[in-house]
Design a protein around this ligand. Structure first.
Ligand SMILES: Nc1nc2c(ncn2[C@@H]2O[C@H](COP(=O)(O)OP(=O)(O)OP(=O)(O)O)[C@@H](O)[C@H]2O)c(=O)[nH]1
Ligand SMILES: [Mg+2]
Length: 362
């Protein structure tokens, strides 16, 4: 899962990225993106580690990509250039950083601080970019239709016209529901306004983050795949850079049980519609991610393609049930809490799964 971070110049993208990843970025190159693979903190994995004492515990991960100063193509830093937009198209989800923090040292590219304006203008750029992709492809389809009236071309034209109408009203494509067949025609265009979007308001110390989120969220959260959140990037970066013990003490002092980053990562998960299932054993306990409502056959394939190919059945029990018996798996057997499931079973968040499989060797 890749999340692309973008926004106006000097809105705090790299600060947020560094806070998230703990990576130190020095002297960035304007054209390069910073990439970090971040472990998803999960208290359940820690608990499983205590129960099984495996040699390894493996977290699930999310990749964050800091798109960097690519925004400043025209020298103004206030528009997104084609290369950046192209990179964003390859991401699974987008994270837009907008500045709310006040600082005399850092000038705002637009001359004043107005995060609502910045959100609107950045989203408008995504809409325009998608519109230009739609128009280009409509031209192509119409040219092809002159030589042959194929059914699938006619359908494509219809769907693209619907996209055009939506984008011309400055609405995001994620507000349209497409049939699976229609969606298939659109997937290769990698539309930006179909991707899950996280709006991250970068607040300064002393600013009321909750108030800002409450102000912005109603404008966007009615759209299914948009999530509004606020983070004090600079403070979070300072916290992330503290040694572990000091970090704990500091958080206790300000009465917080975990860094905002953990919440942020959990929100990324929710936005992406991901769930976690576990595999356990003496060698390793491991957290795996899966899109919500996936079948167990897909879970098997996530672990290894052999497990999918040779799938026989899955043994499944709940994390909560295991905790209730303090990790004594044998007790679950006695009480019938270990279920045998077929390939169509829908995996639930927190399932612990063992795949029984058989692959014929040639
Ligand atoms: N006071 C204050 N300064 C901040 C905050 N967040 C970022 N900054 C400062 O703003 C400047 C720009 O931050 P960056 O994180 O580099 O911003 P960016 O969006 O990555 O910038 P470009 O990559 O150049 O587009 C830096 O000097 C940061 O230290 C904040 O919350 N408060
Ligand atoms: Mg940067």
């Amino acid at each position: 899962m890749k999340i692309g971070i973008f926004g106006l110049s000097e809105s705090g993208k790299t600060t947020v990225f560094q806070a998230l990843s703990g990576l130190k970025i020095e002297g960035q190159k304007a054209t390069e993106a910073n990439r970090a693979i971040v472990k998803v903190p999960d208290a359940r994995l820690e608990k499983l580690n205590e129960f099984y004492h495996p040699q390894k515990k493996v977290y699930s991960t999310i990749e964050y990509v800091d798109m960097n100063a690519g925004a400043s193509s025209k020298g103004s830093g206030s528009t997104l250039n084609d290369q950046l937009l192209g990179n964003l198209r390859t991401m699974d989800a987008l994270a837009l950083v907008v500045r709310a923090f006040i600082s005399m040292e850092v000038a705002h590219v637009k001359g004043s601080i107005d995060y609502l304006r910045d959100v609107q203008s950045m989203i408008a750029e995504l809409v325009l970019s998608d519109l230009s992709v739609v128009e280009k492809n409509l031209d192509k389809v119409e040219r092809s239709l002159k030589s042959e009236k194929k059914q699938d071309l006619l359908l494509k034209k219809q769907v693209l016209l619907r996209c055009k109408e939506c984008l011309e009203k400055e609405q995001l494509l994620q507000t349209i529901t497409f049939t699976p067949g229609e969606q298939e025609l659109l997937t290769s265009y990698q539309f930006l306004t179909q991707k899950p979007l996280m709006i991250i308001v970068n607040t300064g110390e002393g600013q009321d983050s909750d108030k800002i989120v409450k102000e912005l969220a109603p404008k966007y959260s009615h759209i299914h795949n948009i999530l509004v959140t606020a983070i004090c990037g600079k403070l979070e970066l300072e916290i992330a850079e503290l040694p572990a013990q000091e970090q704990k003490e500091f958080l206790q002092e300000i009465n917080v049980t975990e860094p905002a980053l953990n919440r942020f990562i959990a929100e990324s998960f929710r936005l992406l519609g991901l769930i976690v299932f576990f595999t356990v054993g003496e060698d390793e306990v491991r957290a795996w991610t899966l899109p919500k409502d996936s079948k167990v056959l897909k879970a098997a394939g996530t672990i290894h393609s052999d497990l999918e190919r040779g799938f026989i059945r899955a043994e499944v029990f709940r994390y909560d049930d295991l905790v209730a018996v303090q990790g004594a798996e044998s007790k679950l057997k006695d009480t019938g809490k270990i279920r045998l499931e077929g390939r169509d079973y829908i995996v639930q968040d927190g399932d612990i799964i063992t795949i029984r499989f058989n692959v014929k060797k040639n």
